[in-house]
Design a protein around this ligand. Structure first.
Ligand code: NAD
Length: 388
């Protein structure tokens, strides 16, 4: 039985508790920590299976509680690194919500604490466990589409003006960034998972519709890759991160030398006429092979947060590794940091970002970041449902 403490019992803790509720034979939620303990008490009412959990307001009160094996951090981004490193150094395994942290220095501090103490560190990236994303990755890994030449990542979300009225959202100090860090983090994680680290990045960040936030609500980035056995030399990816897109039509399209595949799932595969123009008929044999492979992949037993929590519990039970570890969360933060740096400095950024780079630290990044607008409202809670 794995004993778990949840730190931060706001919106997203509900998804974690819905997941744990299906695994009561494997784990037990023994403590809830929230600087607003009334949020934790509310969660206890929502989820009778955690009625016995103790509630405290300061994580330091349970730091040395030897009965706790795993700590699940669901606080705002600015305190992920501090809390994660403290618990890893106290000998606990750690799950941390996205984004892993506000800077590469914070990520490295967390990874070093996990390595030193030989504890598991997993970063929430629940979209890796979506059936269509998981199957896209497996299909890409077959190499059937040839080397990748282009990827299109549309991280299209829509959030109304009041979204940034929550106290910790909309400032570089507490949210760590805007939609690139907090929304597109999901799609940038998928891209990093599928294609790895690019060689360089160009980008522009902007704020078009939220004059109550310091941070960006829109960014467009272009990533260039060096060649490998999987990626054509000079391959490009375009990543749009947005909270201004009505319809929220999200997609990740990968164009290979021989075919295109995507989530949502769609395949196309042109063949050339002698003059290079596409034949009227596509490569039906390859399209069939790709559809057959994709269609034969088994569905995952769970989706989203539940699937990822199952993956983490299984890693702890078997001594294995989680699908999304510290290095995965760090790569995502590196790509996002590069997008910010490229836009702020107005020039292309070459990767990797070194630890002597001014953008490596939270202080360095927040000092240079543009304040698009001043944040004026600081609501403790906002009513309404959330969508992940
Ligand atoms: N994976 C996803 O799809 C997804 C979706 C939404 C939010 N998130 C992430 O989850 C995290 C929390 O977001 P949320 O929407 O639940 O925010 P929230 O404001 O609803 O909840 C955060 C909770 O943490 C508490 N808290 C703040 N500082 C604390 C501290 N130092 N110690 C203990 N408790 C503290 C707050 O009182 C609040 O109850 C963020 O990192 C966010 O990016 C992830």
């Amino acid at each position: 039985m794995i004993n778990i403490a949840i730190i931060g019992t706001g919106n997203i803790s509900r998804m974690h508790l819905e997941g744990y509720a299906g695994f009561t034979g494997r784990c037990s939620i023994t403590a809830l920590v929230d600087t607003a303990p009334e949020n934790a008490e509310k969660r206890k009412k929502d989820f009778p299976f955690i009625a016995e959990a103790k509630v405290v307001s300061d994580y330091k009160e349970i730091l040395n509680d030897t009965s706790i094996d795993l700590v699940d951090i669901c606080t705002p981004p600015f305190c992920h690194a501090e809390i994660a490193a403290a618990f890893l150094n106290a000998g606990k395994h750690v799950i941390v919500e996205k984004p892993m942290a506000a800077s590469l220095e914070e990520c490295d501090r967390m990874i070093a604490a996990a390595e030193k103490n030989k504890k598991l560190l997993s970063v929430i990236a629940q979209n890796r466990f979506r059936g269509d994303v998981h199957k896209l990755k497996s299909t890409l890994d077959t190499g059937l589409i040839g080397r990748v030449v282009h990827a299109q990542v549309d991280s299209f979300w829509w959030r109304g003006h009041s979204y940034y009225d929550l106290w910790w959202r909309g400032t570089w100090d507490t949210e760590g960034g805007g939609c690139t860090l907090n929304h597109a983090v999901h799609h940038i994680d998928m891209l990093g998972w599928m294609l790895g680290r690019p060689a360089e990045i160009n980008a522009i960040i902007s704020n078009t519709a939220h004059d109550n936030a310091e941070v960006e609500d829109l960014s467009v980035a272009i990533l260039r890759y060096n060649g490998s056995d999987r990626i054509a030399n000079g391959a490009l990816a375009q990543v749009t991160s947005s909270v201004v897109h009505h319809g929220e039509e999200q997609q990740l399209i990968v164009q290979g030398e021989k075919a295109r595949i995507s989530f949502p799932w769609r395949v196309a595969a042109h063949l050339a006429q002698p003059n290079g123009f596409p034949k009227p008929e596509q490569n039906e044999a390859l399209i069939k092979e790709l559809n057959d492979f994709y269609g034969a992949l088994p569905d995952l037993p769970y989706g989203g947060h539940t699937a990822q929590l199952d993956n983490i519990l299984t890693a702890l039970e078997t001594g294995g590794s989680p699908l999304s570890g510290g290095a995965d969360g760090r790569l995502t933060i590196e790509l996002i940091t590069a997008i910010y740096k490229a836009s702020i400095e107005g020039r292309k950024v070459t990767l990797p970002i070194g630890n002597d780079d001014p953008f490596y630290t939270t202080e360095g990044l927040t000092k240079k970041a543009p304040r698009f607008y001043q944040k004026t409202a600081f609501a403790q809670n906002l009513s309404g449902d959330i969508k992940t």
